[in-house]
Design a protein around this ligand. Structure first.
Ligand code: NAD
Length: 401
């Protein structure tokens, strides 16, 4: 993950220069405003915990919180930088944050997960809070963890504080439509891709069938698009006439005449659009040459490595960046936060319409900015997304000065 941090800093440096903003401001973006490292105790064991608060020019720090054996300080810092860029790109008043605990939950009981969650909050308090830093679920943290953390934060603070965490269950102050929000945002981007690049009835393959992949498929299927293959960690299915989607997500892997497909093969399928909704680094310099799709939508975080993106670009394959494609989640989190602060109420329809507005605008801006640099053959949507985010941060910094 040291690599992700290096790559992210490199990207900020390069695009900051291209954006023509003050180099001293760009330098500021290469550092986190605060990077907290602490220890949490569960039973007789101790675990390294982190919270990175990268930048708060646009608003309070916002970003997920993960429990994973692979969590490192560098990973958390890099992801917080990407959150700063994501929030700025879609223009929501949040800064970038990210947190995590280096822990393998495999043998944890429910009670131990609760202790871990409460200890984490005790460790970061008072550096988080509704107007300072608002964590959300990420890898291996979910609605229940957010409920426990909100409760712990409120206990310490001595006042109920629903706006201190997002991603809570609807009955505990969560938002209608939050579960589908990232997949829905991906679908908005997919539809706009079809319009902006003039794709008629494109065929699609989707790697990853969890929250994000499943919801993407649901919206695309309902709108009549043909999804020729889907995979989960153990592999998946392909069907020339299009996979038939069922209400229950696991039923699609049974009960239909299909062929099996591996996670390696789906990346090399002859489809128009490849949607990557599983995990990071699945397309790298080893397999980038084998991709046949003309468009890739990065719905997971970092599914295409920087080196792979270079190879794909040379081959004329368009990669839609994660900070655009999966930003539906953070846009919905913004609605939840506003609702918890008592400023405005959101139903599902209003959440979806807000996601559509924010993401479509950002995609259009990327296309418009590409024209500004059209003489440069190396320009990609990822570079343009970063550049737009840096310009917006610079403008906001100057306005606040
Ligand atoms: P999830 O755990 O619900 O689903 C992940 C899916 O990917 C599962 O189907 C799993 O079987 C599959 N998978 C895991 N490893 C794989 C591998 N090596 N090869 C192929 N398939 C594999 O997770 P999710 O919430 O759907 O998140 C997916 C990605 O989207 C992650 O990168 C996550 O960080 C990112 N993301 C999620 C949200 C959100 O709101 N959930 C928001 C922004 C970004």
């Amino acid at each position: 993950m040291e690599k992700l941090l290096k790559d992210t800093k490199k990207q900020i440096k390069k695009e900051g220069k291209r954006a023509g903003v003050d180099p001293v401001f760009v330098k500021k973006l290469l550092f986190s405003e605060r990077l907290l490292e602490f220890t949490v105790q569960v039973g007789d064991n101790y675990y390294s915990a982190y919270r990175s608060q990268h930048n708060s020019i646009m608003g309070p720090y916002k970003g997920g919180l993960r429990f994973s054996e692979f969590t490192t300080r560098d990973e958390v810092e890099a992801l917080s930088m990407l959150m700063t860029l994501k929030c700025a790109l879609v223009d929501i008043p949040f800064g970038g944050g990210k947190g995590g605990v280096k822990v393998d939950l495999k043998n944890f009981s429910k009670e131990e997960v609760e202790t871990l969650s409460r200890e984490y909050v005790k460790g970061v308090f008072p550096l988080i809070g509704p107007d300072v830093d608002i964590p959300a679920p990420d890898m291996n943290t979910n609605e229940e963890v957010m409920t426990i953390m909100t409760d712990e934060y409120s206990k310490i603070k001595g006042v109920s504080s629903l706006a201190s965490f997002t991603g809570k269950p609807v009955e505990k102050g969560g938002l209608e439509g939050r579960t589908e929000a990232t997949g829905y945002g991906g679908f908005v981007i997919f539809k706009q891709l079809c319009t902006l690049y003039n794709l008629k009835n494109p065929t699609v393959a989707v790697q990853g069938f969890g929250n994000v992949g499943f919801n993407f498929c649901k919206f695309a299927d309902e709108d009549g698009f043909k999804i020729k293959a889907v995979t989960k960690r153990e592999g998946g299915i392909k069907r020339e006439e299009g996979v038939v989607f069922k209400k229950n997500k696991d039923d699609i892997f049974k009960e239909q005449e299909v062929n099996k497909i591996t996670n390696k093969d789906i990346l090399e399928m002859d489809v128009d659009v490849l949607v990557l909704a599983a995990t990071e680094g699945v397309v790298d310099e080893e397999n980038a040459d084998k991709v046949k799709a003309k468009y890739i939508i990065s719905l997971a975080n970092g599914p295409v490595t920087r080196k792979a993106e270079k190879i794909l670009h040379k081959r004329g394959i368009v990669v839609i960046p994660d900070i655009l494609a999966n930003s539906g989640g953070v846009v919905a989190s913004y609605c939840e936060w506003i609702q918890n602060k008592g400023e405005e109420k959101y139903n599902k329809e209003k959440v979806f319409s807000f996601i559509k507005e924010k993401l479509s605008k950002a995609f259009e801006e990327i296309k418009k900015t590409e024209k500004e640099f059209q003489s440069d053959k190396k320009i990609t949507p990822t570079k343009m997304a970063t550049l737009i985010a840096i310009r917006r941060l610079d403008k906001s910094f100057k306005n606040n000065a």
